[in-house]
Design a protein around this ligand. Structure first.
Ligand SMILES: [Zn+2]
Length: 460
C-alpha cells in the first residue's frame, strides 16, 4: 500500500517547503509538488507541518526493574506514549549491573523492548565498570549496532573516576562512537546532602541546593577537559545551566568539538517548583534540577543560535502516589525523574516556535536530524528524503489543547506539565511506512523495530 501525504508543508533540511510526499514499502519514495495519487491512500496535510519522525535521545523505560524504584513506564507504555506525541525513535539507556558485561545489559534491554515497542528504538550503553574485559566488548557492541555510551560523574554505584572517563572516551572514540556524560560533581552532591540533612532540611526544597549550578558547571568543564586531552568529541547530556553552557562555549571557542543535549523541562519551568506546598515539589525532583529564569533564557538563546544540538527528555517516570513517597521524610531518597517523552514535540513547538525562540527548521534539526547524525542513524532516520525510512509526523500547528495526566498515554499518575496550554499537536504518525497515530490517538501498536546504528556522523 502506498500513501500520499498531500498539500502539507514539509520541513526539509533546507527549510519548510510546500510539497507532496509518497511512501512505498516503508520508505519515502518521492517528494515533490503535485505527485500523482493513483493507487495511493491519500492523507490531506493542508495547513499542517510534515516533519521527519522525532527522535528522543534520552529515555529510561523499565529502569530499576524488580525494585521498589522501578519506573512507571515500561517498554509497552513508554514507547506508545512517545509515538502518540510524534516520537518515532527512542534511544534508551541500557545499564549493566556491577560486575556484569555490556552484553548482559544489551540482552536484557532487547528482551524488554523487542516485540513490545510501539516506536523504533535503540540503546545507549552505560558504563559503570571499566577493565580489559569491558574494553574488549566495545567492538562487539559496534557489530550489534550500539555506538553510543554514557558515563556518570555523580551517584554512588554509577560514578567513575576521571582517569576512567578519559580512557572510555578514547576507547569509544577509536570505535567511531561517542560518550555522553551526566555532568555533576558527585563529591559535592554528597557533601551538600549530608549538610542539609544534618541541618534538618529534609524537604524537596533542598534538592536544588544539593545540585547547584556550580556542581553542574564544574563537571561540564572537567568532562570537556578529559575529552580535549583524549582527543575525541563527546556529548553532554541534559545540560541545565547557563554556567554549564558557558563552560561548553569556552571549550568551543578553543576549537573543541563537543555536543550538547538539553530537555524541555529546562526551557519551560524554574526552581520555583521546589517551593510548592506539602510534598508536591517531589513531582519536580530530577537531576540536574530546575534552575533560574536566567538559565532558562540562556538555554533558549543557545538553542536559537544552534549551540545546543539535541533535545531529549530524560523521561524517567515514577508514580507520585507511591514511588516518589520513598523520599517523603528525606529529599535525597526521592527517586529522581519525570515523565516527558509524550509531550516533547508539542512543548518545543509551543514554547520554542510559537514562543519566537526557534523556527520549525531548528525544531526539526534538534529533534530529528542532529540526533540521527550524532547517533549514527542518518539518513535512514532523521530526514525527509527519498530512500529514507518513512517515519513521519504530521503536526497540526493550530490545534490548541492542555496537557492533563488524566488523558496522557504515559503510564504514570502525574505530569510536571499539568494544565499547560499547547499551541500545536501531533496529528498523524507514520512508523516504518504504516499509519500508527491518527487524530492524536495511537491506532497501531507494537510496530517498533530495533535500529542498528553506525558510527557517529560528526558535524562539529
Ligand atoms: Zn537520564
Amino acid at each position: 500500500m502506498s500513501i500520499l501525504i498531500q498539500n502539507g508543508t514539509l520541513v526539509l533540511p533546507n527549510g519548510p517547503t510546500a510539497a507532496d510526499l509518497r511512501v512505498e514499502d516503508g520508505k519515502i519514495a518521492a517528494i515533490g509538488p503535485g505527485l500523482s495519487a493513483e493507487g495511493c491512500q491519500v492523507i490531506d496535510a493542508r495547513g499542517k507541518l510534515v516533519f521527519p519522525g522525532f527522535i528522543d535521545t534520552h529515555t529510561h523505560f523499565e529502569m530499576n526493574k524488580g525494585t521498589d524504584r522501578e519506573t512507571a513506564d515500561d517498554w509497552t507504555t513508554g514507547t506508545r506514549a512517545a509515538l502518540a506525541g510524534g516520537t518515532t525513535c527512542v534511544l534508551d539507556f541500557a545499564e549493566p549491573d556491577h560486575g556484569c558485561s555490556l552484553q548482559s545489559a544489551l540482552d536484557a534491554w532487547h528482551s524488554r523492548a523487542d516485540g513490545h515497542a510501539s516506536c523504533n528504538y535503540s540503546f545507549h550503553m552505560t558504563i559503570v565498570d571499566w577493565d580489559q574485559r569491558i574494553r574488549d566488548e566495545l567492538p562487539r557492541m559496534t557489530e550489534q549496532g550500539i555506538t553510543s555510551y554514557k558515563v556518570y560523574l555523580a551517584y554512588d554505584g554509577m560514578r567513575i573516576p576521571d582517569g576512567t572517563a578519559y580512557e572510555i572516551i578514547k576507547a569509544v572514540g577509536k570505535e567511531g562512537g561517542i560518550v555522553g556524560c551526566h555532568c555533576e560533581n558527585g563529591d559535592l552532591i554528597d557533601e551538600s546532602i549530608a549538610e542539609l540533612k544534618a541541618a534538618g532540611k529534609l524537604s524537596p526544597s533542598s534538592h536544588p541546593l544539593a545540585h547547584s549550578a556550580v556542581i553542574e558547571a564544574e563537571a561540564v568543564g572537567r568532562w570537556l577537559a578529559l575529552a580535549e586531552q583524549a582527543g575525541y568529541p563527546v556529548n553532554v547530556v541534559h545540560l541545565s545551566t547557563q554556567r554549564g553552557l558557558e563552560q561548553a562555549l569556552l571549550a568551543r571557542s578553543h576549537g573543541q568539538p563537543l555536543y550538547l543535549e538539553s530537555c524541555p523541562q529546562y526551557f519551560t519551568m524554574t526552581d520555583e517548583k521546589y517551593q510548592l506546598p506539602g510534598f508536591e515539589s517531589a513531582k519536580f525532583v530530577f537531576s540536574p534540577p530546575l534552575r533560574k529564569q536566567e538559565d532558562v533564557d540562556a538555554l533558549w538563546e543557545a538553542l536559537s543560535e544552534d549551540e545546543i544540538d539535541t533535545i531529549g527528555t530524560d523521561h524517567c517516570s515514577f508514580d507520585y502516589a507511591t514511588t516518589k513517597q520513598l523520599g517523603k521524610d528525606d529529599f535525597s531518597q526521592i527517586p529522581p525523574g519525570i515523565p516527558g517523552t509524550e509531550h516533547r514535540p508539542a512543548i518545543m513547538y509551543t514554547f520554542g516556535v510559537k514562543g519566537g525562540h526557534i523556527d520549525v527548521l531548528q525544531m526539526m534539526l534538534s529533534m530529528s536530524e542532529r540526533p540521527a547524525r550524532l547517533f549514527g542513524m542518518f539518513p535512514q532516520k532523521g530526514t525527509l528524503a527519498v530512500g529514507s525510512d518513512a517515519d513521519i509526523v504530521i503536526f497540526d500547528p493550530d490545534h490548541t489543547w492542555r496537557i492533563h495526566a488524566a488523558d496522557q498515554y504515559q503510564n504514570v499518575d502525574y505530569t510536571p506539565y499539568e494544565d499547560m496550554e499547547m499551541a500545536g499537536r501531533t496529528d498523524t504518525v507514520l512508523l516504518n511506512g504504516q499509519i500508527a497515530v491518527e487524530g492524536g490517538r495511537v491506532v497501531r501498536e507494537g510496530l517498533g523495530t530495533f535500529v542498528s546504528r553506525g558510527p557517529s556522523q560528526f558535524w562539529r
